[in-house]
Design a binder for this molecule. Structure first.
Ligand code: PLP
Length: 393
C-alpha cells in the first residue's frame, strides 16, 4: 500500500539511527562506547520518583485535562516567574507529551501550506521534519562556525519573505551547545518585530550552562517580544526525565488554546503519573539539578581537552547543553575519507565509538559528541578516536 505523501519524504532521526546501530553492535558482544545519546545518563532524582509512586498509590491514574493538571500549570507559571522573571497565567500554558510534541502541535496550529519557518543551522533534527509535517517550509539559515554557530540579524533578515511566519531560536543549542547573549537576542528580536514574526524559543537546555553568563529568554527582553514568543521547555534534560515525556509551551492564550484543542483530539493528556512527577520536579529544590550540571561541566572540560589534542580536530568550547560539535572535515580528509559521514561510519566499525554525523543537523563538516556518559568512558572514547586518526595519517 502506498503511504501518504507527508511521510514519504520524512528522514528518520539520525541520532536515533546511530544509537540503534551502536546498540546492535553491543548486542553482538562488541565493546561499544556510545556518544550519540541525547539524554542525561543520571537516574531521575529520588524525590521525583517518590512523587510518581505516591500518585499511583493515590489513584491519580485517570484522564486529566488535555492541556495538563492545573497544579502543574501553576508550578510552571511559578518556575517561569522565578527563573525567567516572566508573568504568565494558566491559560497561557499547555503541558505536553515532551517538548517535542509541544513543538509538533505548535507547528500544526500555526502553519498553513507553504508558510515558512526560519530554522538556523546547525539545527535539532526534528525541526525541519515537524515543519514539513505541518505542510510548512523550513528555511535553513546557515550560521557560521566563526560566529559560534549563531545566526546574525542580517542573515535572518535576508531569509525573510512574504511567507515567513516564525523563527526558531534554540539556546543553548542542540547540537552546538552555543548560547545567544542578551544583546544578540535583542538584535534578533528587533528583526522579528519589524517583520511581525512569531519567535519559537526552545529553552530545553536552560539549566545546563557552564559559563557565568545567565540564561536569557528572548521573551524577557520586552513586552513586545514577550507577546510574540512561544517558549518551549520541559523536564527531560533539566531533571533527567527523558522517558517521562513531559514538556510545555508558554505563549499567547489563543495559540495555547488551539494547541490544547489539538491535543484533546490527538494525545489527550500527557501521562497523569508523569505530570505529578513533573510537579515534584518543578516545586522541589534544585539541588539534584545543580549536581548534574556540575558533573556535566567537569566532563565538558575534560572531553574538550582530550578532543582538541587530536591532530586536526577543531572545537569551539560550548556554553551549555551536553554536546561538543567539532569540525572534523580536515581530519576526515587527512585520514583519506571523502566526507565526515564515512569517517564516522569507519570509526564505529573499527574503534567501536558511536558519534552522530553533523549532516543530520545541517552541518556536514561536524560531528556531535554527547558527554552524557562517565568520565572513564569519555576518556576511553577520546583515546580510541585519537588512535583511529593516527592510524590513518
Ligand atoms: N528540543 C531540543 C533542542 C532537543 O534537543 C530535544 C531533545 O532532544 C527536544 C526539544 C525534545 O525534548 P523532549 O524529550 O522533552 O521531547
Amino acid at each position: 500500500m502506498e503511504l501518504a505523501k507527508r511521510v514519504q519524504s520524512l528522514t528518520p532521526s539520525s541520532t536515533l539511527a546511530i544509537t540503534a546501530k551502536a546498540k546492535a553492535l553491543k548486542a553482538e558482544g562488541h565493546d561499544v562506547i556510545g556518544l550519540g545519546a541525547g539524554e542525561p545518563d543520571f537516574n531521575t532524582p529520588e524525590y521525583i520518583l517518590d512523587a510518581a509512586k505516591r500518585a499511583m498509590d493515590e489513584g491519580l491514574t485517570k484522564y486529566t485535562p488535555a492541556g495538563g493538571i492545573p497544579e502543574l500549570k501553576n508550578a510552571i507559571v511559578t518556575k517561569l516567574n522565578r527563573d525567567q522573571e516572566l508573568t504568565y497565567t494558566n491559560e497561557q500554558i499547555i503541558v505536553t507529551t515532551g517538548a517535542k510534541h509541544a513543538l509538533f502541535t505548535l507547528f500544526q496550529v500555526l502553519l498553513n501550506k507553504d508558510d515558512e519557518v526560519i530554522v538556523p543551522a546547525p539545527y535539532w533534527v526534528s525541526y525541519p521534519e515537524q515543519i514539513k509535517l505541518a505542510e510548512g517550509k523550513p528555511v535553513i539559515v546557515q550560521a557560521e562556525e566563526a560566529n559560534r554557530f549563531k545566526v546574525t540579524p542580517e542573515q535572518l533578515e535576508s531569509a525573510i519573505t512574504e511567507k515567513t511566519k516564525a523563527v526558531i531560536i534554540n539556546s543553548p543549542s542542540n547540537p552546538t551547545g552555543m548560547m545567544y547573549s542578551k544583546e544578540e537576542l535583542a538584535a534578533i528580536g528587533e528583526v522579528c518585530e519589524k517583520h511581525d514574526l512569531l519567535i519559537i524559543s526552545d529553552e530545553i537546555y536552560e539549566k545546563l550552562i557552564y559559563t557565568d553568563e545567565p540564561h536569557v529568554s528572548i521573551a524577557q527582553l520586552s513586552d513586545r517580544l514577550y507577546d510574540r514568543t512561544v517558549i518551549i521547555n520541559g523536564v527531560s534534560k533539566s531533571h533527567s526525565m527523558t522517558g517521562w515525556r513531559i514538556g510545555f509551551a508558554a505563549g499567547h492564550k489563543d495559540i495555547i488554546k488551539a494547541m490544547s484543542n489539538m491535543a484533546s483530539h490527538s494525545t489527550s493528556n500527557p501521562t497523569s503519573i508523569a505530570q505529578y512527577a513533573a510537579l515534584a520536579a518543578y516545586t522541589g529544590d534544585e539541588k539534584a539539578v545543580e549536581e548534574m550540571r556540575k558533573a556535566f561541566s567537569e566532563r565538558l572540560d575534560a572531553l574538550h581537552g582530550w578532543l582538541t589534542s587530536i591532530p586536526g580536530v577543531e572545537c569551539e568550547k560550548p556554553s551549555g547543553a551536553f554536546y561538543l560539535f567539532p569540525n572534523v572535515m580536515n581530519t576526515a580528509k587527512a585520514c583519506g575519507f571523502e566526507d565526515v559521514d564515512s569517517w564516522v561510519k569507519a570509526l564505529l566499525d573499527e574503534e567501536k565509538v558511536a558519534l552522530v554525523p553533523g549532516s543530520g543537523f545541517g552541518s556536514p563538516e561536524n560531528v556531535r559528541l554527547s558527554y552524557a556518559t562517565s568520565l572513564e568512558q569519555l576518556e576511553e572514547a577520546a583515546s580510541r578516536i585519537k588512535q583511529f586518526v593516527l592510524k590513518y595519517q
